[in-house]
Design a protein around this ligand. Structure first.
Ligand code: HEM
Length: 415
């Protein structure tokens, strides 16, 4: 074990909240609850590299997110593992890992396209796509819900928004999944047609695809899609280079794909294991919007994002040194008893529901309105199409300490 730049209290008996093996079984909600009480800014060791400060309370996650200069997304990127220089450089070209003022320059041109009113116009199109997905699934009856049902919605929506050729959607989808499944040998093996040994390689492959795509699109007439918007916008006084576009594309496509897919599959699982609440939704579909928020809180698709302290500071009195890794644990903050009543309980009526599943402040999810719309319309169409939905086997979780996802959810859909 290597000790971080700051020494913590990580004795052998301390809970391990890093190990992907832990998350393959279930998120460590009990350990989080105990630590929120006893050690809410908790030092977690990592093998072979410095460990990190896990920030577990809602208020402290908000504090870290609201100080983007003190807690930099760019310095060490947003994942816990230190990246090699090529991958760190690539990550720094993603909006997610930019610091002010560059972050503002890159986010501003995109924001109007993601506003609630603009995204709201996609509702009919999203409903059509959902109906096609439900029709195909109805023909099958017994499905592996993650790959055969949920995966199609976000990859088609983001594919259409970006203007990607339809024949490339499966490739893009596989690469997106690879990037977020690098810790799961099973998923890496399943996608070995890309011979991508790790999530990092998949990011590079996708960026290469994007660079080729940008070159082709620059040679064509502008279209009404996000690709034209990005290629024609001014980002802090200059257009985006093809290499910048590559990283940017990777983030947009990955962010919009796997998280949404996870919201849909974990959401169905939550409803199937709370049949009384599922029955309520069937009786009154106007409750679906609130149910989607509770799905996001209770089964948040991303466990954490990382920052790096740019100066010596303290969180809740715990000294943090410049250069230390700091992880904002959404999974813990979303169940903070100081904010949520009976936080371990899944409750579609929870209101207000100030979960942090989309982050908060500077980096607040750009796709939040799109994700919510996809969630609501998907569940409206799913429940309207299938009066009976049953689990036909045990769900299997992805082995990942970042993605809080199911990789298999076998169900029977009956009309
Ligand atoms: C349920 C689905 C989704 C979840 C849970 C989610 C979650 C998040 C979170 C937690 C962040 C904040 C990162 C931080 O603070 O460092 C974020 C940022 C971002 N998300 Fe999402 N996201 C979802 C869907 C989407 C979709 C559909 C898109 C786009 C099509 C998208 C695009 C982005 C972008 C571009 C950022 C970076 C924003 C910035 O750094 O300024 N996301 N997302």
């Amino acid at each position: 074990m290597t000790t971080g730049t700051s020494t913590g209290t990580g004795a052998a008996t301390q809970p391990d909240i890093y190990s992907p093996d832990v998350y393959a079984v279930a998120p460590p909600h009990e350990a989080f609850a105990e630590l929120r009480r006893t050690e809410p800014v908790y030092f977690q060791e990592m093998d072979g590299e410095p460990g990190y400060w896990a920030v577990l309370r809602h208020a402290d996650v908000v504090h870290v997110a609201r100080e983007p200069v003190l807690f930099s997304a760019s310095e060490g990127g947003v994942v816990l593992e230190n990246l090699d220089p090529v991958n760190l450089e690539m990550m720094r070209n993603m909006l997610l890992a930019m610091d002010p003022p560059r972050h503002v320059d890159y986010r501003r041109p995109l924001s109007p396209s993601f506003k609630a009113r603009v995204i709201g116009k996609l509702e009919d199109r999203i409903r059509t796509i959902c109906r096609e997905i439900m029709d195909r699934a109805a023909g099958q009856g017994d499905v592996e819900f993650v790959h055969e049902v949920t995966a199609h919605l976000p990859s088609q929506v983001i594919g259409e928004l970006m203007g990607l050729p339809r024949e490339d959607w499966p490739t893009i989808h596989h690469l997106a999944e690879m990037q977020t499944s690098g810790q799961d040998a099973d998923l890496v093996a399943e996608n070995s047609d890309y011979i991508a040994a790790s999530g990092q390689q998949a990011s590079i492959d996708m960026a290469m695809y994007a660079i080729g795509f940008a070159t082709r699109r620059r040679a064509e007439a502008p279209r009404e899609d996000l690709t034209t918007l990005i290629l024609e916008s001014d980002f802090g006084g200059h257009p985006m280079s093809d290499i910048d576009f590559g990283s940017f594309f990777v983030q947009l496509v990955t962010a919009g794909n796997d998280t949404t897919k996870t919201m849909l599959s974990s959401g169905l699982h939550a409803l199937l294991t709370h049949p009384d609440q599922l029955a309520e939704l069937r009786a009154d579909p106007s409750l679906i919007g609130g149910a989607v928020e509770e799905i996001l809180r209770w089964a948040n698709p991303l466990h954490y994002f990382r920052r790096t302290a740019s100066a010596d500071t303290a969180i809740r009195g715990v000294p943090i040194k410049a250069g230390d890794k700091v992880a904002m644990y959404y999974t813990s903050a979303n169940r903070d008893e100081a904010v949520f009543n009976d936080p371990q309980r899944f409750d579609i009526h929870r209101s207000p529901n100030p979960h942090l599943s989309f982050g908060i402040a500077e980096h607040y999810c750009l796709g939040v309105h799109l994700a919510r719309l996809e969630g609501r319309v998907f569940f409206e169409e799913l429940l309207a199409t299938f009066p009976t939905i049953e689990l036909t086997g045990a769900p299997v979780r992805t082995r990942s300490n970042l993605n809080n996802a199911l990789k298999r959810l076998p169900v029977r859909l009956s009309r």
